[in-house]
Design a protein around this ligand. Sequence first.
Ligand code: FEO
Length: 401
Amino acid sequence: MTQSLRAVRVSDRVYWVGAIDWGVRDFHGYLTGRGTTYNAYLVMATKVALIDTVRAPFTPELLQRIGSVTDPEKIDYVICNHAEMDHSGALPAVIAAVKPERVFASGRGVEALGRHFHLDHEITGVKDGESLSLGDATLTFVETPMLHWPDNMVTYLADEHVLFSNDAFGMHLATSERFADEIDEAILKAEAGRYFANILMPLAAVVSKGLEKVGKLGLAIDIIAPSHGPIRRRAQDISGILRLYSTWAAGQRRRKAVVVYDTMWHSTDMMAQAVGDGLAAGGASVRVMPLKSCHRSDVAAEVLDAGALVVGTAELNRGMLPAVADALSYLKGLKPRGLIGAAFGSYGWSGGAVQEVEAALRQMKVELAGESVRVKYVPDAQDLAQCAALGAQVAEKLKAP
Ligand code: FEO
C-alpha cells in the first residue's frame, strides 16, 4: 500500500487516524452540508490500542494513517465504543489486517457487533467502569447507553486526561484542521447544534443523565476526542461544549418561532409570510422556512432553541402536502419538548389538510396557541390579516416563561 495519508498527533501517546468524508450529504436523513469525519484514535502505550474504526469504504484511509505511526500488526487491542456502521464498518477488515489480541466492546456492543458482522473473532465484553491496562497506561470504559445507541460507551485515558467520547460532543464537519481551536467558532457552534438537534434531541434526558454520570466520576478532562468533527484541547472549548450540551439537554428555548410550510400555487406561501410578519411584529425572532428550499434537518436545527413551531400546508387529495408530512414525521421522531404552535393553510376541496397538521402537532405534544387559519383557494387582505393576527397571538404567548 502506498503510504500517503498521515496521522495527526493529539497528545503524547494519542494519534488521530480517522477518515475525512468530504462528500457525504445524507446521514440517515440528516443533510450533512459540510461532510463529516469518522474519527479513530491510536494509543501508543506498551500495548497499542485502536479506539474505534471508520465507515467501511474508508478502511484504506484508516490503515494508511495507522501505518504512518506504526505497523498495523503492532496493534494489540481494538476498542469499539459504538456498533453503528460509521464507526464499526471497517472492523472486519481491520481484524483481518491487524489480527488483534483482543477486541473490546460493551455487553450490548458485543451483541450488536455480532448481529452486524457475524464475526469469527471473539469480542470481549467490558463492564461499566472496567479498566484495561496497556502496560504504562490505562483505559477505563464508561457505559453511556443511548448516546446514541443502546451499546454506546466512552473510553477514558487517565494518564493523559483524554475522553474518547464517541458520538457525544461531535459534529458533522469535514475539515483539514483536526482541532476546534483552529476552526471558526460560529461554524463550530452551528454544526454542534445541528448535530445535537438531528441526532441527540430525542435523547435529551439521557444526555443530561450521561453528563451527570461523567461529572460524578470527577474525571479530569484535558482533551475531548469525539468520533465526528474536531478534537477539543483548550479548556474554554471543553467548558463551552459542556455548557451548550447542558442548555440543549435542558430544552431551553428562546422567544423564537419557526414557520415551516409547503405551498402549491403560492397561497400558503402568502399566508406564511403574513404569519411571520405577525410574529415579528409581536417581538418574536422568526425563521420562515419554505420546504421547497429548506431541508427537514435545517428545520430541526432551528427548532432546537425555538419556543414555537407554526406549520402551514396547501391541500393535496384532502391531505397535507408530502413535504409537510415528511418534515412533521422527522420532527416527531426528534421529540422536541415544550413547544407551542399553530397551523394554517389554503385548500380547494375539504380543508382537511390543516386538521391533519393540527393532529400531528398534538401528537408531538405541541400546545396549539391559536385557532388555525384555513383559506379557500387564494387569501384576500382580510385572510392575510387573520394570518398576521395568528402570528401575533403566538408571539404574545411566547412572552410567558
Ligand atoms: Fe456516529 Fe451513532 O454513530
